[in-house]
Design a protein around this ligand. Sequence first.
Ligand code: HEC
Ligand code: HEC
Length: 311
Amino acid sequence: MILIFLIWALLSCSVCLAVEPILPLHSVATDERKVALGRQLFFDTRLSRSNEVSCASCHQLATHGADKVPRSKGVEERLGDVRAPSVYNSVFNIRQAWDGKAMDLKAQVTLPVENPKEFATTWPELIDTLSADKSFVSAFKQVYQDGLSRDAISDAIAQYERSLVTLNAPFDLWLQGKGPLSEQAQEGYRLFKYYGCINCHQGKNVGGNMFAKMGTFGDYFGDRGTPIEPADYGRYNVTGREADKFTFKVPGLRLAARQAYFFHDGSEQSLKGAINTMARYQLGRSLSEAQLTAIVAFLESLVGHHQEMAP
Ligand code: HEC
Ligand code: HEC
């Protein structure tokens, strides 16, 4: 009997330690030659019809892999419908885009290529343009059996994005017992769990692994003060299900502390403001200034580093 109890105690304790709701980030296996091709494509403005815009124009890697404006500009300065999220750590998302319309990173590549407000081109046109570059064609031949194709281009870009993981965040090091975490950040993490932010923002990306309605405890869109736009319907635009109206992929918060704007509509400019809105509309709570500051400190501690980022 005592033995059974001891085994139970041992097992439950090791399990309880292993199940923190946020997990450290880790690098993902990639093929170096494909990553190198993907990187070239990511910065290549020939992907856009006007030769003006590249993936990196809207996903700025030196800062946080997203844009510094609420709505990005594609070809001919056309404004997009939603805010550009970060490409860092996107490999860990269950789906890509706010409404999850792309199954994975490879499938996502088609969206900017064909979007009239982004690259505004077509695959045949794009492959035509890139095929004029003989060194590019031969580089692809060496790595991909079929050479330069839609599949190879998408795959190379996705491979590069798989390499965009931000490592060694102070929070991750602390979770693994490898480094300290300030009292304030620890308090922020406690509040994040206590109030239930963790119910939606969890896992490696502190988000990115489920969909949730914007406005569980209040009419976010009614209170926003601007008309509802098609993109505000979120996941509903993909599934057509009534229950998915105003539902979005929960964004990962790994680099939230570096973002210039927040939410799919880019309507919020301050991190504290975004946390306040979340507390109010997702949890029906209001937080004190000290609690907001602690949660900001926790979010700061989630920021890791990647070699593309400015030191
Ligand atoms: C004109 C600006 C712009 C360009 C150019 C652009 N993107 Fe984006 N990107 C966005 C916006 C806006 C979204 C959100 C779209 C949505 O949710 O419908 C997005 C979403 C994404 C996502 C999904 C991230 C997530 O968390 O859901 C990935 C990955 C991505 N882009 C990669 C790329 C790649 C790769 C390229 C180049 C082939 C590219 N983007 C070109 C603006 C841009
Ligand atoms: C019911 C699920 C849910 C809960 C609970 C929740 N969030 Fe969110 N969070 C979301 C969704 C969905 C979005 C995206 C909403 C949008 O863009 O319209 C979001 C967006 C955010 C953003 C903006 C990120 C970005 O890239 O734009 C921050 C910051 C954030 N949440 C922090 C928090 C904090 C802090 C708490 C607890 C006080 C919390 N969230 C509770 C679902 C939730």
